[in-house]
Design a protein around this ligand. Sequence first.
Ligand SMILES: *Cc1c(COP(=O)(O)O)cnc(C)c1O
Length: 403
Amino acid sequence: MTDLISRTPGALADAERWTAHNYHPLPVVVAGAEGAWVTDVDGKRYLDFLAGYSALNFGHRHPALIAAAHAQLDRLTLTSRAFVHDQFASFCQGLAELCGKDLVLPMNTGAEAVETGIKVARKWGYQVKGVPQDQAEIVVAANNFHGRTTTIISFSTDPEARNDFGPYTPGFTIIPYGDPAALESAIGPNTVAVLLEPIQGEAGVLVPPPGYFTTVRELCTASNVLLIADEIQSGLGRTGKTFAIDHEHVTPDMYLLGKALGGGIVPVSAVAADRAVLGVLRPGEHGSTFGGNPLACAVGAEVVKLLQTGGFQQRSAELGAHLHARLGALIGHGVLEVRGRGLWAGVDIDPALMTGRQAVERLADRGILAKDTHGSTIRLAPPLVITADEIDHAVSQLEAVLR
Ligand SMILES: *Cc1c(COP(=O)(O)O)cnc(C)c1O
């Protein structure tokens, strides 16, 4: 009779009592997970349609990733970058080759990868492009999400992310997303980089108009400006290709990676770029105590291996087409619009029916975990190990919620 008394309310109250309220979680207390499924403290099972904002692209506790982590835990976990360790080069080589770049700089969180990209672009601007000291400008898009540091929120357009956290870091120009003419007029002689998400996730899974990145690439090349692709959420198989920008047949100068790179086990992020760019950093100029640690590299190397075969990318493309076909059928039945690529969808719920928050609460009651964003949009991003039947089940639950 263990299920007479739910453990959920007590666990939620404890979390509320002892933590800063910088999140508004769904009332689900997770205790275990495997693949695409999570189990709460009461033994209720849910299909995970958020996948840790793409940090769990390979599902919860992927056997190869867990095995790599276990093996590394038994050998060596941390050295700091004061020494080299035996997992370092192979992870960085594998990732560099996956990206088609010369070099990799490993960090931990996504925000650190973005900060690294900003610092490298500025230094490149002063040392290579010849921009006058402290005049470097970086162009970013409205409704961006690149993380939570003081510099990154300085160029956020989301009042929640930004308000009361000033003074703000200067040196950023904000333009509308998907508008090449706006980019052309924003680029000036001191512009060192354009920093963009190939698909804007947090903004509601906004896919830019066809050809946008081709023009962005041309403008950057013509003006000697670095194109930095923040693939932290969109990359590593999520959209049906290794990187979302691959859909545009465009190669950025810098890839920013994170989330799924840590296999859902440890925070691992990285910047990948050619020597002409990343080579501007000299010893002592940038770093992180935990960046590129042995455990992170062992897991990250296994993540790279999972992506080398292309199997996950193909799965995401095929099952993504299925997901989008099923979701498309809901348009006019409580859904206004569906956007996205691969196993990634932003679904605009008719606000006359309910808010996005209400929709994800009702989905959770029905055993589907998803997350709302910006009022009436819900984001679906299941682990790439999800099956077609599980997708069908989740979409039927959404259909029932909207009925
Ligand atoms: C999550 C995310 C980040 C920040 O990553 P953290 O690990 O949370 O610091 C940056 N850019 C994009 C596009 C993201 O989705």
